[in-house]
Design a protein around this ligand. Structure first.
Ligand SMILES: Nc1ncnc2c1ncn2[C@@H]1O[C@H](COS(=O)(=O)NC(=O)[C@@H](N)CO)[C@@H](O)[C@H]1O
Length: 419
């Protein structure tokens, strides 16, 4: 959410951001509504003051004036209550409109309508030269009985998976390994629920725009989060944080649930795009300083790249376009990992700087060095998400006879060289 004063002073900047992010906004209507709410509040205060002044003078008034004074006090009170009733609806309408305003994208973001405008920033790691036609991850799983992607359909429907044997162990080990790596970088490991209240999705930014992507449990007034980011954004809502010793750093672990309503027909085979997955999330709440945010953005990206280097997976870093980065982002860099069977890179990580857009919605504030209370900045990045990461992991390290050699970083965890 943008600061109202910022919106008033930067109307054209916000309008440009909205067009660059394909968001339909009516800024004049928002500004007019905001002015009306402000005017109503002024009237309510004036009417209240008038009624209080009358009441204060009532005791000392001449008896013949009391009736008239009583009538005027009553009238002022009634007028104030009438304005208050109307203002509640207008404020709800104003808040809903403000929640749908985009953050301003950084000037280095490629301007374009969707992922086709994304730009490759840099490519890391040598692509494997197999000397044979690489199998895809589904075939490798079938050959080694590492997953049941068939019979699970009659249990849970499409876009579900169950891992078996050494691959089930690998997923559990990978999540613990990633959590340990990010914790070792100074982040507090934390497990958070996926069962979350609606307000947490509004604060994180997924609502009110994208309810169709989220599973709802209406009997319990709960929804299933698609990322630990949702719970982590709300964990400290309403607090005045002490950031004097540095930012709040969380390595969040949670199950993630996504309806993938918008992905019909895409990635229906295998482990790339499923309804429930596990993820270790990097999450930062820092002081409202663009340079500090930029520094943490680089750190979050570096940590994810270090994990991919340990997994010996070739990848590329993407500068995400204005149309693809989403409403709340100032900057987003996706990391795409090489998938040999597809002959292309696929997204496995998403690193975002949001400045105060999310923190304002979640009411995350701190006291700065001068003692002034300010809205904080937030950032997040994937550390590792499974089963998607298993796709490049299995495929890049396969041998001609369908075995998978583990990267050195995992051999200790998994008790040997081979999965
Ligand atoms: N439906 C899905 N199935 C499997 N993995 C998924 C799915 N959706 C997302 N992921 C994984 O989760 C990662 C992060 O998802 S994201 O929406 O891009 N970004 C976030 O959730 C941020 N909180 C950063 O993690 C993706 O890069 C991908 O690796």
């Amino acid at each position: 959410m943008l600061d109202l004063a910022f919106l008033r002073q930067n109307r054209d900047l916000v309008a440009r951001a909205a067009s660059q992010k394909n968001v339909a906004v009516d800024l004049d209507a928002i500004l007019a509504l905001e002015a009306e709410v402000r005017a109503n509040k002024t009237d309510i205060d004036r009417l209240r003051a008038e009624r209080n002044a009358i009441s204060a003078g009532f005791k000392t008034a001449a008896p013949e004036e009391k009736a008239e004074l009583g009538r005027r006090a009553k009238e002022a009170g009634a007028k104030a209550s009438e304005l208050e009733a109307g203002i509640a609806d207008k404020e709800a309408e104003l808040r809903d409109a403000l929640l749908r305003l985009p953050n301003i994208p950084w000037e280095g973001a490629p301007v374009g309508p969707d992922e086709n405008s994304n730009v490759v920033m840099r490519t890391e790691g040598k692509l494997p030269d197999f000397g044979f036609t690489p199998r895809d991850h589904v075939e490798l799983c079938e050959m080694n009985d590492w997953a049941d992607l068939g019979r699970i359909v009659q249990v849970s429907g499409s876009r579900q998976y169950c891992l078996k044997g050494r691959l089930a162990l690998l997923e559990a080990n990978l999540m613990a390994w990633a959590l340990g790596k990010i914790a070792a970088a100074g982040f507090t490991p934390i497990t958070v629920p996926a069962l979350v209240r609606e307000e947490a999705f509004v604060r994180q930014g997924q609502f009110p725009g994208h309810k169709e992507e989220t599973y709802q449990l209406p009997n319990d007034d709960l929804w299933l989060a698609g990322t630990a980011e949702v719970a982590l954004t709300s964990l400290h809502s309403g607090e005045i944080l002490d950031l004097s010793k540095g930012p709040v750093l969380y390595a969040g672990y949670s199950p993630c649930f996504r309806r993938e309503a918008g992905s019909a027909g895409r990635d229906v085979r295998g482990l790339l795009r499923v309804h429930q997955f596990a993820k270790v999330e990097q999450f930062v709440i820092c002081e409202a300083d663009e340079a500090v945010s930029a520094d943490w953005h680089a750190k979050l990206l570096g940590l994810a790249e270090a994990l991919l280097a340990d997994l010996e997976i070739p990848y590329q870093v993407i500068e995400t376009s204005t149309g693809d980065m989403g409403l709340g982002k100032f900057r987003m860099n996706d990391i795409e990992s090489w998938v040999p069977s597809l002959g292309k890179y696929r997204e496995t990580h998403s690193c975002s700087t949001l400045h105060d857009w999310q923190a304002r919605r979640a009411n995350l504030r701190y006291r700065d060095a001068e003692g002034k209370v300010r809205v904080a900045h937030t950032l997040n990045n994937t550390a590792l998400a499974s089963p998607r990461i298993l796709v490049p992991l299995l495929e890049n390290h396969q041998t001609e006879d369908g075995r998978v050699r583990l990267p050195k970083a995992l051999q200790g965890l998994m008790g040997g060289e081979w999965l």
